[in-house]
Design a protein around this ligand. Structure first.
Ligand code: SF4
Length: 101
């Protein structure tokens, strides 16, 4: 499986979590044992040659955070990043953003 991101450059932990979630979902039809994240500047192989249970444990925190956000709960956990914050659509409203200026 390949998780392709059209942006230039860096691969984020959220890309890897998204790839693992996709692998778990697709395994109901396909026996996926190799997976990659690709951007315009990087390609990274992610070890997914493990059980769905193990893969889910690796993304459980991100999954639970996503479920809370989708259900409208106020979330105070943040993962500020000097790479992500400058281009984040929430930056103008976020008290945690990393300033690069
Ligand atoms: S601006 Fe705020 S919401 Fe956006 S990546 Fe940074 S910390 Fe997260």
């Amino acid at each position: 499986m390949v998780e392709y991101k059209s942006r230039k450059g860096k691969i984020y932990p959220s890309d890897i979590a998204q790839l693992k979630a996709s692998v778990i979902a697709a395994r109901s039809r396909y026996n996926i044992t190799k997976a990659y994240v690709s951007t315009d500047g990087e390609i990274k192989e992610v070890n997914v040659n493990k059980s769905n249970t193990v893969l889910f444990e690796e993304i459980k925190e991100a999954y639970e955070l996503t479920v809370a956000i989708v259900s409208g709960k106020t979330v105070t956990v943040c993962y500020k990043s000097k790479y992500k914050c400058p281009t984040c659509s929430m930056r103008a409203h976020c008290e945690f953003s990393v300033s690069v200026y």
